[in-house]
Design a protein around this ligand. Structure first.
Ligand code: CTP
Length: 211
């Protein structure tokens, strides 16, 4: 199959040196891309700024902010049969991005922000027969939030994890996830490496594509 994966955080710049972002390191998305390439799929990886090596055999597209990620993902969608949206897209961006570094003396105490587009919701009308997989990083009630996002974002599968656990979520090599599909009971996987979680979700996509 041809699979498009997104990974990492986005950075929403205030000026050339300052930005709003989040704790994502890109590990889960890179692991999903590696797992897909390992199975012989043709993989395109759209990634925000991360400090990770590109997995072997994967075509990488680097972006910085959410709008760039949306455009790169939109462009990639046409030629791909599945989208794995593992990126932690910043929901907000500063209203203004200055072209030169703002002097500390000129800095205002309040940063005005505006919402970024929701990439999955924006691309939903283009989904067609493609398989869409999302992630839900939660610190509250992962199951309820995952189900809400599964339907609101029109996904086939959502991978939910509780990022408040020490062995799941940001900047660790392992993850504890539950897979929520539309037509089956949720499946909770044991503590796994992110590569193994990636393999499980690629296996799910392969199964879905056959059905
Ligand atoms: N996502 C997206 N575009 C955004 C934000 C999120 O496509 N602007 C995708 C993520 O890549 C992920 C899924 O939506 O696959 C869920 O992301 P999450 O951050 O958990 O949810 P949000 O939509 O940001 O919702 P909330 O802030 O209510 O948790």
């Amino acid at each position: 199959m041809k699979i498009l994966v997104t990974a990492g955080p986005t950075r929403e710049h205030l000026d050339p040196v300052r930005f709003l972002s989040n704790r994502s390191t890109g590990r889960m998305g890179f692991a999903a891309a590696a797992a897909a390439a390992e199975r012989g799929h043709e993989v395109t990886l759209v990634t925000g700024p991360v400090a990770l090596d590109t997995p072997a055999g994967v075509r990488r597209v680097d972006v910085v902010n959410a709008r760039e990620m949306l455009e790169a993902t939109r462009r990639g969608l046409a030629g791909n049969e599945a989208l794995v949206m593992a990126a932690a897209v910043a929901d907000w961006r500063p209203k203004v991005c200055e072209a030169v570094k703002v002097k500390k003396s000129a800095m205002l105490p309040v940063i005005e922000i505006e919402p970024n587009p929701d990439i999955l919701k924006t691309l939903l009308p283009l989904k067609g027969e493609r398989v869409f997989v999302g992630f839900a990083a939660e610190t509250g009630d992962p199951a309820a939030e995952a189900r809400r996002k599964l339907y609101e974002k029109g996904l086939d599968l959502i991978v939910a994890n509780d990022v408040s656990l020490p062995d799941a979520g940001f900047a660790v090599e392992t993850n504890r996830v539950t897979l929520f599909g539309r037509d089956a009971e949720p499946v909770t996987l044991p503590l796994l490496s992110k590569l193994e979680v990636g393999r499980a979700l690629i296996a799910w996509i392969e199964g879905k594509a056959k059905r």
